[in-house]
Design a protein around this ligand. Sequence first.
Ligand code: FAD
Length: 488
Amino acid sequence: MNEHIIIIGAGIAGLTAGIYAKRSGFDVTIVEQHSIAGGMCTSWKRGGYLFEGAMHWMTGSSPETEAHRLWRDTGALSDNVTVLRGDPFRSIEWNGQTVHLYRDIDRTVKALAALSPEDEKPLRRLAKDVKAVTKMTMPIFDIKGVKMKNPKHMGFGFMFKMLPAMPAMMKYGKISCAEFVSAFKHPAIRRLFNFITDDYAATAVVSTLATLHSGDGGYPEGGSLPMVHRMAKTFTGLGGKLMLNTHVKKVNVENGRTAGITTESGTLTADAVIVTRETIAALDKLFDSPPGDAWLQTLRKNTTPAVCTFVSIGVRAELPDCTIPEWELETPITYAGQTLRYLSFYSHREHAPSGGTALTAALMTDTYDFWKKAKDEGRYEAEKQALGEQIVRALCGKYSECEGKIEVVDIATPLTYERYTGAYRGSWMSIMKPGARAGMMYPAYSENINGLYFAGHRMMPPGGLPVALSSGRTAAQLVCRQFDVEFK
Ligand SMILES: Cc1cc2nc3c(=O)[nH]c(=O)nc-3n(C[C@H](O)[C@H](O)[C@H](O)COP(=O)(O)OP(=O)(O)OC[C@H]3O[C@@H](n4cnc5c(N)ncnc54)[C@H](O)[C@@H]3O)c2cc1C
């Protein structure tokens, strides 16, 4: 077989698609604009500190899940990779106490009910719902019509397994995270569960709690970059070609079918193209005339992009490892028209020089327009600096051992993510609002342009690593089906 498949982008979706397409016997080239693979799933070094820029919890890190098999197929996980499961998952300070969210929901509920007996009833109900939702692990289905051994399609068995989770999913799918937390009387409980932005459907909180309770949602030791390197090595080890530092200008379409791509240095021909650049930006930038498929228009219309400003701090002081409990700021931080009253960090001592700690915090509001305007008006660096200074002041006010020991302050805005990955508004997931249909995977192929496929986190809201992974595998299956090749 000598069909040539081009994949645009070497993020999780692109690498996964490449690995499965290569295993199935295609000639595969992944074209990536950067000098390294990974896309959003990355980490970076500054002044001796390594900052984890993406993966905080990974669905599929537990061997009990279906996604686990795919992470192993791609080399992301193996017997040699230790998966860390930091516990507590999150903590907050309240009135001189530290209140914890443990992975075990019963342990969390017991501690919170002792803190607030009047919340005991809703807490127990939550524990019951969380346990029901653990039955709902992300399914990995095979597409119809692809040649393969033991294909798995959605059927009664799956529906039956999911049944216990359905009432809880429907209940929490109708309300927002803000409504969910307001059901608790105690302010500390409200704050503890307030770790996903207000406008998401509350299923996001309950699914996360279920993921943690079931033993999933771990962190592969070393984090994003080493994991991506393992995947890239799997791909090139199979004979796949990884073309780095190559920006794709457009997908070439001739007579209703994909002919290949145009890069800065010329054209490359292909029998099929898988686009893993963030889908909305890809439609806007990579086509002379974007495919008019109805599902792509629905995707664009229904997507509310999740966007953040990401703060990384390197401090030569030993702060608590794993997470810094969220505390109330004496002086709120103001930035981009937002007021930040609480602050917490993920913390990694193993990513810092001896005696230091690498801290990161994702400020989860869509401030893209603010940063864009600041850039246009020449205020961008000054605004970043002002935010950095406020955060450092807050940190040193809380942990006096940090005073004079801050060695790195690095701020990535939505514009940084846009520049780095070419994503629409620098977004790396989608917000699932109350009432949105959960578990809906977009078709991922164009009916108007033959041989054109899509993969990436947008293929199923809310997205994230597991969707990038499974959509990459689906795209490889679609290519196999087009050329009547067995999927491996
Ligand atoms: C701060 C942060 C925290 C996160 N935390 C988690 C978490 O805890 N758990 C979780 O599951 N997910 C998390 N995510 C989300 C997750 O990292 C992403 O959803 C996922 O990595 C997206 O992968 P992708 O392959 O779909 O897209 P991308 O990573 O965007 O890959 C697309 C690739 O295409 C390349 N590209 C774009 N345009 C071109 C072009 N014209 N030519 C060539 N190449 C091009 C890009 O450079 C990029 O490498 C987080 C993300 C961030 C930023």
